[in-house]
Design a protein. Structure first.
Length: 95
């Protein structure tokens, strides 16, 4: 089984030499399960430049927890940046 994630917009498609294409859409990543060398004991995350990261099935729960934490941290930083832009007056000097 193959899952394709992170659709590429037209600008990115020109920069990526070998995108994963499925259903007429180009993708940056492929998650493969069952048809890779590890069969059903692992999944493999692949990118368009040929890098592969095998993940054992047992490690998926930990990986999801880490990725969720990273996403929450990223969202918090984006919210902080937006708050800073909306709250701070650029005409004032804060020391």
């Amino acid at each position: 089984m193959k899952y394709y994630i992170a659709p590429l917009d037209e600008d990115m498609q020109e920069e990526v030499s070998s995108p994963y294409v499925y259903g007429g859409t180009a993708y940056e990543f492929c998650v493969e399960y069952g048809s890779n060398p590890g069969c059903t004991d692992e999944l493999v995350i692949k990118d368009t430049v040929g890098r592969e990261v095998p993940i054992t099935i047992e490690a998926i729960t930990s990986l999801v927890a880490v990725l969720t934490d990273i996403k929450q941290t990223s969202n918090a930083l984006e919210n902080l940046t937006a708050l800073e832009a909306n709250v701070l007056n650029p005409k004032l000097t804060v020391a």
